[in-house]
Design a protein around this ligand. Structure first.
Ligand code: GDP
Length: 370
């Protein structure tokens, strides 16, 4: 499964947020085959459509789809110089599909800014730079290595792949040298293929999470730190979310009905964990399809662009191997007509084959050989 890694300097609120994620976590009984890794927090993906389908079909059981956050351990500073735990930090980031970069944007004189700083003044932009610089330096090292190796082949042998790679490296090098992330560059489709093969850190999608004070989280637009972070994120095709880790910690300890009341009182529509989950889902290009029967209504995560057999494979590899077709309707049609029978009568029930590209909100029933 795709995962988003939570990074940040010490004392920005990462553990507080990760604890809230773990506590808000998915109901284990629903996902018996999920692996238990202490660094992974699995949450259910909030989806209003699943509630509507449950009301309509009244199944015995409803199962949301899940998303995994990974807590990235290790030391940030000096990481790119390969110092002990710093190495681990970079290696852990390399394994995740997107980065959730937590930035301190709350004033609190009781919380030091960093382990080794005596002031509590906060500077979100400097903090962002500190982490990004380590990632940029690590990428620059990878790029320089490849550059030296590929340059000659590209120049002399006229090897097509080498030329393509060299062109991408030529674009990357000056940008990284300038202290900017690879994601600030616009690449075309072919270049993106090359880029992926380089496994860089700064080309991964990023969501900056401004951790703001509990008193301000209801009105994030007024927070100067948030404005700064948003401005910076816009320059590198990154997204921004605003949460208060402390509030999330409190929410994670409440029952559902208390939760709604609490959120309303502080001026929020949903919890920060729910919002982050949706944002990360979006960041990774994920979408949801449903299976809907009397026994169970269930949401499944797939990657946008996937075809029907691969989507079937998410439920079970046998479904993919023996795939025949997918009986498909859209969520909107099912809600509009009220039953599968009515959807069929309206001529809106589709038989989709191997080449069908799944759409967010598809309701599917797979036919397969065993
Ligand atoms: P980490 O080192 O990034 O994991 O940071 P922690 O989660 O341990 O948080 C560091 C300190 O900041 C702790 O004392 C937290 O209680 C405090 N903290 C975290 N989030 C907030 C917040 O939203 N508001 C305030 N006032 N303090 C927070």
């Amino acid at each position: 499964a795709l995962t988003a890694g939570i990074v940040g300097l010490p004392n920005v609120g990462k553990s507080t947020l990760f604890n809230a994620i773990t506590k808000a976590g998915a109901e284990a009984a629903n996902y018996p085959f999920a692996t238990i890794d202490p660094n992974v927090g699995m949450v259910e993906v909030p989806d209003e459509r699943l509630n509507k389908l449950t009301e309509l079909i009244k199944p015995k059981k409803t199962v949301p789809t899940t998303f995994e956050f990974t807590d990235i351990a290790g030391i940030v500073k000096g990481a790119s110089r390969g110092e002990g735990l710093g190495n681990k930090f970079l290696a852990n980031i390399r394994e995740v599909d997107a980065i959730i970069h937590v930035v301190r944007a709350f004033d609190d004189e009781n919380v030091m800014r960093e382990n080794n700083r005596e002031d509590a003044f906060i500077d979100p932009m400097a903090d962002i730079e500190t982490i990004n610089l380590e990632l940029i330096l690590a990428d620059l090292e990878s790029v320089n290595k490849r550059y030296a190796r590929v340059e000659k082949v590209a120049r002399t042998a006229k090897d097509k792949d080498a030329v393509a790679e060299f062109n991408v490296l030529k674009k990357l090098k000056p940008v990284l040298e300038d202290g900017k992330s690879a994601r600030t560059i616009d690449f075309d489709e072919d270049e993106i293929k090359v880029l992926k093969s380089l496994f860089l850190l700064t080309s991964k999608p990023v969501l900056y999470v401004a951790n703001v004070s509990e008193d301000e989280v209801g009105e994030p637009d007024n927070i100067e730190y948030v404005k700064q972070i948003r401005e910076f994120a816009a320059t590198e095709n990154a997204e921004v979310a605003v949460i208060s880790a402390r509030v999330e910690e409190e929410i994670s300890e409440l029952e559902d009905d208390e939760k709604a009341e609490f959120l309303e009182a502080i001026g929020l529509k949903e919890s920060g964990v729910d919002m982050l989950t949706r944002a990360a889902y979006h960041l990774l290009g994920l979408a949801t399809y449903f299976t809907a029967g009397e026994k169970e209504v269930r949401a499944w995560t797939f990657k946008r662009g996937m075809k029907a057999p691969q989507m079937a494979g998410i439920i079970h590899t046998d479904f993919e191997k023996g795939f025949i077709r997918a009986v498909t309707m859209s969520y909107d049609d099912l809600l509009k007509y009220g039953s599968e029978k009515a959807v069929r009568e309206a001529g809106r029930l589709r038989e989709e084959g191997k080449e069908y590209v799944g759409q967010d909100g598809d309701i599917m029933e797979f036919r397969f050989n065993v």
